[in-house]
Design a protein around this ligand. Structure first.
Ligand code: NAP
Length: 245
């Protein structure tokens, strides 16, 4: 599938990797990008930069009414980018209660699942299309300092595999993107080197064009993926040193 000529919808498009997705889609020749955010006023500059091509919409992926309204409005979408996510930077035992874990499951797993469900018939009607799910290499192994984030991304990885299987018959490509640390506001205190957001989005769009189902953009994710293939227990034990504060 070529990006040129596609109609895309990006969640969490106001900053970070989501904003880079909008810019990358425009550079690659997408016809229209529905740039969505909890606060669409933060999309004004993107709309002004790409007049008539970037359309701003309010969309909180934990809000069922917002998702239904977006699906009603954006019936021409052929590429869904489930980018929005949160990292509460919390452990599983040390966290005071389950609030962080619940929020991450709502945003990182149930929100993207609800988006896949809402847009599956639209993608089918438009010839199959593609879904990009922004996961994390921490979907493959738990980093205890982000213990509940890792668990929510593991759920999202399993969801990605199941959605891929269910939508195969309608010709929808489902791409899982598993980067390591990226240079955004999500992890400001994580030490460099961090992957530039444009590289994460660019790798994902390249995977769509080449029909690759799972990608690990950047050196950190590539190295961890290789380590997990060689000795998954050694990677688990290595990450076990990084405990929540
Ligand atoms: N940064 C990393 O190191 C890293 C590594 C691996 C994977 N990822 C994944 O990459 C994706 C993008 O992350 P990022 O680094 O660009 O993070 P970011 O800079 O913190 O941006 C997160 C985006 O998600 C939006 N968002 C959060 N909750 C939302 C909701 N309920 N509904 C709609 N939008 C919501 C935020 O909107 P507001 O501005 O309204 O908060 C923001 O636009 C996430 O799925 C993240 O888990 C990031």
């Amino acid at each position: 599938m070529q990006i040129k000529g596609q109609v895309a919808l990006v969640t969490g498009a106001n900053r970070g990797i989501g904003r880079a997705f909008v810019e990358g889609l425009m550079a690659a020749g997408a016809t229209t990008v529905y740039a969505t955010a909890r606060n669409p006023e933060r999309l004004t500059d993107l709309v002004e930069r790409y007049p008539g091509k970037v359309v701003a919409l309010k969309l909180d992926i934990t809000n069922a009414a917002d998702i239904a309204a977006a699906a009603e409005r954006c019936r021409d979408v052929s590429l869904l980018v489930n980018n929005a996510g949160i990292n509460q930077q919390a452990g599983l035992i040390r966290a005071g209660d389950l609030a962080h874990a619940r929020a991450e499951i709502e945003t990182n797993y149930l929100g993207p699942l609800a988006m896949c469900r809402a847009f599956a018939p639209i993608l089918k009607a438009n010839g199959g299309g593609a879904i990009v799910n922004m996961l994390s290499v921490l979907a493959r192994v738990n980093l205890p300092m982000y213990g509940s984030l890792s668990a929510s991304k593991a759920a999202a990885l399993s969801m990605t595999q199941g959605v891929r299987a269910e939508l195969a018959a309608q010709g929808t490509l489902v791409v899982g993107v598993l980067p390591g640390a990226c240079d955004t506001e999500m992890e400001p205190n994580f030490p460099p080197p961090k992957l530039p957001p444009a590289d994460a989005a660019g790798a994902a769009l390249d995977a769509v064009e080449r029909g690759i189902e799972d990608i690990y953009p950047g050196d950190m994710a590539t190295g961890m993926s290789q380590g997990l293939a060689a000795d998954p227990k050694a990677v688990e034990k290595d990450l076990a040193k990084y405990l929540p504060q």
